[in-house]
Structure formats: structure tokens, C-alpha cells
Design a protein around this ligand. Structure first.
Ligand code: SF4
Length: 348
């Protein structure tokens, strides 16, 4: 059986297990993304239990565009990571991130343990909004070999955090207590990665900086600071907030510079300062405009998409086809319309 296996339904969407022989490079939502540096983004799950009002990937219970969710088979993912590291030929950071919460993967602890045993893994980091963190969980993550959590908290204000995450149950004060405890009692370090939502939380970033300063976050991993502010970016299929005007990059950096001088805390870091270096990238098997025979293996992640692979199973390719002629098992000719970072999109 070569197709992804349907596991269950969550939030009305089918959840598929991505396993051998589906390639784990090529899709933006799952597997591995190599952007030509010594950091490999590893995406084990598309599921999310938050519903952030600005979510650029339309994740969680409130999603409007998704038709499927994916979990990646742990052993298959580890094999791909091993191969990719061999190709890179340098020590790498594994960043567990994604279009959902990596902590939703049922074998996340085992996965981290497995990754920590791979040669040339320099460090393992995980990105989360933190809603599921507990002392027990952070202790298990640390013991498994996780070095850093990129914590996407956008404010320390409890009510505002609930509004921003679209989750009434979300308790940012509880998360902060866990961070304080974990920083003292485990090997984990934390980096705060808030998103600025103009008009809502730009004035809350200062408090996050004070928190990072007080705890000396970033010290364990040797970073010059530990607050990496993110710019709000709206995407075609992401969630948009009424009356919120997205800043351009100039305005964003102007704000960061202003905050840097006000707080005497660095917010604009060079990639080398946080361990990122250029490294050999994976070759791209298909050129832009090339017509490639594709096998449709399942319906896709978003409406109007299909999950496809090339005949040699080198890459997974998102096929955009709204004609209703496409169906599972068919072989069709797709024209490659995106191949950046080995993420492939094709259309009929
Ligand atoms: S921003 Fe992250 S945590 Fe929030 S809904 Fe999207 S994927 Fe989930």
C-alpha cells in the first residue's frame, strides 16, 4: 500500500499518515524544508489546537481552507533527516516547526530522541505557541534531547493572549511560570518569538523583553539576545484581521530599532550570531515550467489541491487542479510553477 493512510477525522478534516514511500521533501506542510543553510526545518504534523487570529497558515479548529491534515511516520522522517544531513555534509540544527504545532505529533518525544542520536546534529529546537506545555512535558522534551524552545507568545496580558490565540483556554501566565521553572530545572533554553499585530500588541513587546532579560534567556545557547520579533504577514490562504493594517518591512525595522534603543536589548541579529550559516542545498529535480508526469496519491492539504509524487518518488508535489477531473490514482501531466527551496507546486 503506497498511499497515505487515513487515520481519523479532526475538526471535520481527514488526518493522513505520511509514510514510505511518499517523499518527505517537496511539500510545504510536512516533511523537511531545506533553505540552503545549516538549519533543516522538520515538519512532523500539520495539526494545531490554537486558532490564532492572524495565523498565516490557517491552522487549527477554525481553519477555512484546509481539507486534510498530515502526520508523518516517525521512522520514515528520521530516515529522511539522516539522508539530508549526509548531503549537507556539515553539522545541522533541526528546527521542529510547521504549519501547525509540532507538539501534536503523537511520537514527538521519541522523534526528538531519535534525532538526537543522528551524527552531525548540532542542536534541536522546537517552535510552539505553548498552549500544551506543562512541567512534565518540558522535562520530557529536555531529557529527550531538545535544546531550545522558540516560544511564540505575543503578550504577557492574559486576556489579550486569549484573543490573539483565538483560544479561551489559553493561559499565558501559566506558560510563563513553566518557562521560569524549566529554565532553572532543565537544560532547555527559550527564545521568545512574538508576532507584532499592529494596533494590538506592539506595546507589549517591551514587557516580553524585560522578561527575557530577567531570566537571561538565550544565555545557555550563547545567543546575544532571546527575543526574535516576527512581522505579521498576511497570505492568500491565511487568516486576516479586520481593521489591522500590515506594516511594511521599513516600518517594522524602524520599530525594532526604536525598541532596541529604548530597552538596550538587541532585537535585530545577524544569522551568524544565532548559528545560521549557508550550507549545500538539495538539488532540485524539476525546473520551472517543466512538464512532469505526476501520480495523484491523495487529496491535498487545501481546497483545490492534490497530493502528488513524480514517477520516481523523488519529491512530493502539490498539484493545483480545480477541474474536478483529478482523482486519486490518476497519472497526469503537471507544469511546475514553483520550485523554490525544493517546495514544488504544479498545475494542469
Ligand atoms: S499561528 Fe501557530 S499556533 Fe497559532 S494557529 Fe497558526 S499554527 Fe497554530
Amino acid at each position: 500500500m503506497k498511499d497515505p493512510r487515513r487515520l481519523t477525522k479532526i475538526y471535520g478534516r481527514d488526518v493522513y499518515l505520511i509514510k514510505s514511500p511518499i517523499p518527505l521533501v517537496g511539500h510545504v506542510a510536512f516533511g523537511i524544508i531545506d533553505r540552503g543553510t545549516n538549519v533543516l526545518q522538520v515538519r512532523p504534523s500539520t495539526l494545531c489546537f490554537h486558532s490564532c487570529i492572524y495565523c498565516s497558515v490557517d491552522s487549527g479548529p477554525q481553519s477555512k481552507w484546509r481539507t486534510s491534515e498530515f502526520l508523518v511516520d516517525r521512522e520514515w522522517l528520521v530516515r529522511w533527516i539522516e539522508e539530508m544531513i549526509k548531503i549537507k555534509g556539515v553539522k545541522v540544527e533541526i528546527l521542529l516547526d510547521g504549519v501547525g504545532e509540532p507538539l501534536t505529533h503523537p511520537e514527538i518525544i521519541k522523534l526528538i530522541k531519535d534525532i538526537s542520536k543522528i551524527n552531525n546534529v548540532k542542536c534541536i529546537a522546537l517552535e510552539t505557541h505553548g498552549g500544551s506545555l506543562s512541567k512534565k512535558l518540558v522535562e520530557r522534551l529536555s531529557n529527550a534531547g531538545l535544546n531550545r524552545i522558540n516560544l511564540s507568545i505575543d503578550t504577557l496580558d492574559r486576556e489579550k493572549a486569549r484573543i490573539l490565540t483565538g483560544s479561551k483556554w489559553y493561559d499565558v501566565r501559566k506558560i510563563i511560570n513553566i518557562v521560569e521553572w524549566a529554565y532553572e530545572n532543565t537544560n532547555l533554553d527559550f527564545v521568545l518569538t512574538p508576532v507584532i499585530v499592529p494596533g494590538i500588541n506592539e506595546n507589549d513587546i517591551e514587557e516580553l523583553i524585560e522578561f527575557a532579560k530577567q531570566l537571561r534567556l538565550g544565555n545557555k545557547i550563547g545567543w546575544p539576545s532571546a527575543v526574535l520579533v516576527q512581522k505579521l504577514e498576511t497570505h492568500k490562504y491565511g487568516r486576516k484581521i479586520d481593521h489591522v493594517e500590515e506594516w511594511n518591512w521599513r516600518r517594522f525595522y524602524k520599530w525594532l530599532k526604536y525598541l532596541e534603543s529604548k530597552t538596550h536589548y538587541r532585537l535585530i541579529l545577524r544569522p551568524e550570531e544565532i548559528g545560521i550559516r549557508k550550507a549545500k542545498g538539495l538539488p532540485k529535480p524539476f525546473k520551472l515550467g517543466e512538464r512532469v508526469p505526476l501520480i495523484i496519491v491523495e487529496k491535498g492539504w487545501l481546497k483545490g489541491e492534490f497530493l502528488a509524487v513524480d514517477k520516481n518518488y523523488r519529491r512530493t508535489i502539490t498539484l493545483i487542479d480545480t477541474s474536478k477531473k483529478a482523482s486519486k490514482g490518476k497519472i497526469v501531466l503537471g507544469k511546475i510553477i514553483r520550485n523554490k527551496d525544493n517546495i514544488f507546486l504544479a498545475k494542469r
